[in-house]
Ligand binder design. Structure first.
Ligand code: Q9C
Ligand code: ZN
Length: 341
């Protein structure tokens, strides 16, 4: 399987994440992608190629223009305001407050953020843009006839909504790829999100649509980030009713329970008969992930890669989370090797 990768991911190199009331080194850091690409090369998964540049239009096909304009200038506007640290919001349009988009960068950060752990720093937009191009290039490989491709995206994307960033995500790479499939002639695309965290951004983008089936298996939002979306009763709205499914699972969920949810999800995807499948591939379901609470072991990733392959669909893997960095390469590539059989 071909891997799409660019060193430009390293432009996303924030110094700070707000965690437990302290500013710590971000869990989502450049070494994550280096461990994964090293493992891809170590096992000889296949060629590693650079992304093409498809421009902004495919990003604007799923995101709000003013949100993307904000991401482009947030770091320079923050610096121009004279702040010394990295950009993070401290105030939000909470219940019963105004919907006006403020002028000051502090107000705009709160308007466009869904969480404040994710600092905006120099190079963040450039890396997020490149990450989306990695996803789009993987989609192009599939459209050109490959049965699978691995878009080694970083920063990740599945928490980025139509007009919100957070949870380490800025541009929703999987959603951009899904829309690109549709815009190149596909009728239906399924997105299976196996990251530990609910893919709130992807759900938001396709919530009212029946041309994208979104299914997420994740830590119950009653106990896990993003806390405010991902419940089992969220099944889509309007034309999208019946095209969104969530499988929230409790703390300490092991592979047997997780795989039973996957089996239901795979059955739903098969019934939908999509032209392509996109897997939002987070490996923060691993038993020693530092910010998550599932108990998957490294060999389980191989097993479920094979489960997904049994669908026999053209499949684009898009990298999302995973924070046990020493094992992230093994776990991510195990899924891909399991898929290849
Ligand atoms: N106590 C992704 O995996 N903070 N994002 C969690 C845990 C945010 C994860 C705090 C986690 C975001 C792409
Ligand atoms: Zn995650």
């Amino acid at each position: 399987m071909e891997t799409i990768f660019t060193e430009r991911h390293a432009l996303r190199n924030a110094k700070t994440e707000l965690y437990g009331g302290q500013l710590v080194e971000p869990f989502e850091r450049p070494s994550r992608a280096e461990y994964i690409i090293n493992r891809v090369r170590e096992v000889g998964l296949g060629p590693v190629t650079e992304p093409e540049d498809f421009g902004l239009d495919p990003i604007l096909a799923v995101h709000d223009q003013t949100f993307i304009d904000f991401l482009k200038v947030a770091w320079t506007d923050w610096q121009a305001a004279g702040f010394q640290g990295e950009a993070m919001p401290t105030v939000w349009p909470a219940r019963r407050m105004s919907a006006h988009i403020p002028n000051h960068i502090e107000g705009r950060l709160g308007y466009y953020a869904l969480a404040c752990e994710t600092s905006i720093s120099e190079g963040t937009w450039e890396a997020a843009y490149a990450s989306a191009q990695v996803a789009l290039t993987g989609a192009k490989r599939i459209l050109d006839g490959a049965n699978a491709a691995f878009s080694l995206c970083r920063p990740p994307g599945h928490h980025a909504a139509i007009d919100m960033y957070g949870g380490y995500c800025f541009v929703n790479n999987a959603a951009v790829a899904a829309q690109s499939f549709l815009d190149h002639g596909s009728s239906r695309v399924a997105i299976l999100d196996v990251d530990f965290h609910h893919g709130n951004g992807t759900q938001d983008i396709f919530d009212a649509r029946d041309d994208v089936l979104f299914i997420s298996i994740h830590g119950d939002p009653m106990d896990a980030f993003p806390h405010f979306l991902g419940h089992a009763d969220e099944t889509g709205h309007g034309a999208g009713e019946g095209y969104n499914f969530n499988y929230p699972l409790p703390p300490n969920t092991d592979f047997t329970t997780w795989r039973a949810a996957l089996s239901k999800a795979l059955h739903q995807i098969r019934s939908y008969a999509p032209d392509q499948l996109i897997v939002s591939l987070g490996v923060d379901t691993f038993e020693t992930d530092p910010i998550s609470f599932f108990k998957l072991k490294s060999e389980d990733f191989t097993t479920y890669g094979a489960d997904i392959a049994a669908l026999n669909l053209p499949t684009l893997f898009v990298m999302e989370g995973g924070y046990d960095i020493a094992e992230i390469g093994v776990n991510a590539v195990n899924v891909l090797q399991g898929f290849e059989g």
